[in-house]
Design a protein around this ligand. Structure first.
Ligand SMILES: [Zn+2]
Length: 341
């Protein structure tokens, strides 16, 4: 086993051809002949009764959760990927966000689901892409995919992340969720372009962005500074929409240096690297393109689990939110749910 053992596996897993080559998504090796890795783990499918439910992928494909699998080898599947799962199973029953370690474990686990969806969606897109139009997997995309892989591989070998914006190199916002039987116990939304994923499971709601922590620069408390608060499922869907939307506006990435020694991997986030290099009014490099309330309103409506009044009314030019009561507090769910049947 050489010193750069894990980094070379990561490199192989995150290489462009591996997306279509059907190799193990986590090491680039030969996959098993079986189903591979379930992107939404089986224990979650059982617990939240998902096996007959469908997920909508961005290219319009609808897949039942139980068929949402990606190529994976036996060693990864039963090894470090299982460890990533096991770390969070108990957490879902007894959530405790006060420990930094459990927040990292949760972020890493969400990152695994995100990478799974990314691999699935990208391979479907590549299958249908017109090769004469050039690659749809850009070098920037692959670089960020490589970074997401590094987060996963930290379960294979001890990894030290030195990050510019927070304790770990990603954005993670967590919420307590009210149980409302009309809304079920589970909800998932992703934004492959912005590299964000939001999951609501039982009393836990979490949003992860593979952005090296850039949304922390915009606000540590997340949208409307509500991190850690108790939200209704509709309110969580609005939070998710706001984070997904912000993620699509990201106009920068990071430069990293990565070193592997016999005992650990050290990942240093060196600097923020803007994509467009547009200067803001304050004279700094733009990190997020300007926010458009109307675009965001469309996404909030799209992700709402039930139909409600429009988020933006073009006639009155007024926006409604499920989150703020306009007096610095959280809106009562009664205001937007109406009377119980
Ligand atoms: Zn593997």
């Amino acid at each position: 086993m050489t010193e750069s053992y894990v980094l070379s596996l990561t490199e192989r897993a995150a290489s462009g051809p591996n997306f279509v080559g059907g190799k193990c998504f986590a090491c680039g090796g030969e996959p098993t002949s079986g189903q591979g890795e379930h992107v939404i783990p089986k224990w979650m499918q059982r617990r939240f009764k998902l096996s007959d439910q469908f997920i909508n992928l961005i290219n319009g494909t609808r897949i039942p959760y139980r068929h949402l699998t990606i190529p994976c080898c036996e060693v990864c599947n039963n090894g470090f990927l299982r460890d990533i799962e096991n770390e969070v199973i108990d957490f879902i029953d007894r959530p405790d966000f006060s420990k930094l370690g459990s927040r990292f474990a949760l972020g890493r686990w969400l990152c695994k689901i995100f990478v799974g969806l990314l691999v699935k969606e990208t391979s479907l897109l590549l299958d249908r892409a017109d090769p004469s139009k050039g690659p749809i997997v850009s070098p920037e995309f692959l670089e960020e995919f490589w970074h997401a892989q590094l987060i996963l591989q930290s379960a294979r070998k001890k990894t030290l992340f030195n990050s510019l914006h927070g304790p770990y190199p990603f954005t993670l916002y967590q919420y307590k969720i009210e149980i409302d039987d009309d809304f079920g116990q589970f909800d998932l939304s992703t934004n492959i372009i912005g590299q964000s994923i939001a999951i609501r499971m039982g009393t836990v709601g979490i949003v992860f962005v593979n952005d090296g922590g850039l949304q922390y620069v915009a606000g540590r408390g997340g949208p409307l500074n509500l991190v850690g608060r108790r939200l209704h499922p509709i309110q969580f869907s609005e939070i998710a929409a706001r984070v997904h939307y912000k993620a699509t506006l990201r106009d920068a990435t990071h430069a990293y240096t990565t070193v592997e020694t016999p005992t650990e991997i050290i990942v240093d986030q060196v600097s923020v690297r803007p994509f467009s290099k547009i200067l803001t009014a304050e004279g700094s490099m733009q990190i997020f393109r300007p926010w458009d309330d109307i675009e965001c309103a469309q996404l909030i409506e799209h992700l709402r689990p039930i139909k409600g009044p429009p988020v933006y009314d073009p006639k009155s030019r007024l926006f409604t939110t499920t989150l703020s009561n306009g007096r610095g507090g959280i809106q009562s769910p009664k205001r937007f749910l109406g009377p119980k049947k």
